[in-house]
Design a protein around this ligand. Structure first.
Ligand code: NAD
Length: 419
């Protein structure tokens, strides 16, 4: 059942001028008239975010439309430099909504912190001793973050691993922390540092590393959608899709590109919301290799109607409080555009976008090929590089695409001819 009357199915959004698009976004997301335009990152704020600042770098910010996720309508802000990504996501979401859109599930927001202990004699005995102190250790960890505990989060569990390495055996203690609406790195790192001296006392060993793991395999999000076979072009196209997909299952060379397509969407939304895309990237790829061979983060199969079912399963360590997303004015507005209430809701949108993006890429590869979609915007960039301005940009780009020869040399020639 659709909860709200507004719809993200906005046809012809791409044909509108920028001002009109902003007006639609303002209305959809209840933003004040100039809120979006006034949300740029100023130099003073940037200077507090990182070191040695000399300026800021802008990226194109687009809106993906048509997303229906858990029966709720969303428009998605995407910051990316790559052409076709936003259009592809919107198209995939349009197909997915025919059969009800995306359905998701997410685990609790559990992050892992690691504390490495060296020079421990009797590692098995000391590992057991650490576990015997679990209650006290969790209490000590939770003393570091009263806010998190008050919100129902905090350190929940402790695990101990014994690892053999070229420099000898070591004990690695994992602290499992429910980080609620945060990404959690600072929160977890603080807890790890607080536990380190206590673990040294218990084990008689020496602590080296005390840091969060980016393999957030206890913070997993799944999104699923059914893609209508008729809209895809019939049984043969669904079969072609599955043939393409299966190479990503068995071959890391293909899986890397397949998963890159997923991250085209995911990173764009991660960046737009001020989240840490390196954390998401490393977690996603480590998870894709969790069974010993790097493979696809998505799965596809045919249901009994012959429609294509797609599913993504991915760790998503993202937050809506803390980090840069709480400082960057545009990231704050992007979260408002999404209308999210929790990190869980954001993670479910991100997973759905990853699936949409992957579907779009494999669909294009299985039919017309990837270049067709890429070429029209790419041709415009080439036209600009050749020196075209204003209405000349479209004229040169159209001719390049028509000739199937999107090259700088040819763009320069066409520009000369047209002038
Ligand atoms: P943070 O410390 O800025 O914010 C989290 C804190 O906010 C919590 O500890 C809690 O005290 C408070 N809080 C208030 N309301 C909350 C709510 N509803 N839910 C949860 N917490 C709430 O940020 P963080 O999320 O701990 O850390 C994220 C930052 O750490 C990112 O900028 C990331 O880039 C950076 N970082 C990442 C790594 C890594 O990935 N390996 C390492 C170090 C730092």
């Amino acid at each position: 059942m659709v909860q709200n009357k507004k719809t993200s199915k906005i046809s012809g959004f791409y044909k509108l001028p920028v001002e009109k698009r902003i007006e639609i976004v303002n209305n959809f997301s209840n933003l004040d008239k100039n809120e979006f335009q006034n949300s740029n990152l100023d130099i003073q704020t940037a200077d507090r975010m990182i070191e040695n600042v000399i300026g800021t770098l802008k990226l194109p910010l687009g809106i993906a439309v048509n997303f229906l996720i858990n029966d709720k309508e969303y428009i998605l802000p995407m910051a990316t430099e790559e052409s076709s990504v936003v259009a592809a996501a919107s198209n995939a979401a349009k197909i997915a909504r025919i059969k009800g859109g995306f359905k998701t599930e997410a685990s609790d927001p559990l992050m892992i912190g690691q504390i490495q202990l060296l020079d421990v004699s009797d590692v098995a005995g000391k590992a057991k001793k650490i576990l015997d102190h679990k209650k006290d250790l969790l209490k000590l960890a939770n003393n570091q973050d009263k806010i998190l505990v008050k919100l129902g989060g905090g350190a929940k569990d402790l695990e101990v691993r014994i690892l053999d390495s070229p420099i000898g055996k070591m004990i690695v203690t994992h602290i499992i922390v429910d980080v609620r609406d945060a990404m959690g790195a600072n929160a977890v790192n603080t807890m790890c540092e607080a536990l380190a001296p206590e673990l040294e006392k218990i084990s008689g060993g020496r602590v080296r590393l005390r840091i969060l793991s980016n393999l957030a395999d206890k913070r997993i999000v799944k999104a699923k959608a059914v893609f209508d076979k008729e809209k895809m072009g019939g049984d043969k196209i669904v079969d072609a899709f599955l043939e393409s997909y299966n190479l990503a299952v068995i071959d890391p060379y293909r899986a890397a590109t397949h998963n890159k397509g997923i991250m085209n969407g995911i990173d764009s939304l991660i960046i737009a919301t001020g989240n840490d895309f390196r954390a998401i990237e490393s977690g996603a790829h480590a998870y894709a290799a969790r069974n010993g061979q790097y493979t696809s983060l998505t799965k596809y199969w045919k249901d009994k109607n012959g429609d294509l079912v797609g599913e993504i399963e991915i760790p998503l360590a993202i937050g809506i409080v803390g980090g840069a997303g709480n400082i960057h004015p545009k990231a704050k507005i992007c979260k408002k555009i999404l209308g999210i209430k929790s990190a869980k809701e954001l993670s479910e949108i991100i997973a759905s976008l990853g699936l949409a993006q992957n579907f779009a890429a494999v669909f294009a590869l299985s039919t017309v090929g990837i270049q067709k979609g890429h070429m029209s915007l790419h041709a415009k960039n080439i036209a600009v590089m050749a020196g075209a301005k204003d209405e000349m940009i479209d004229k040169v780009a159209n001719k390049l695409v028509k000739e199937g020869n999107v090259k700088l040399d040819r763009a320069k020639e066409i520009l000369k001819e047209l002038k």
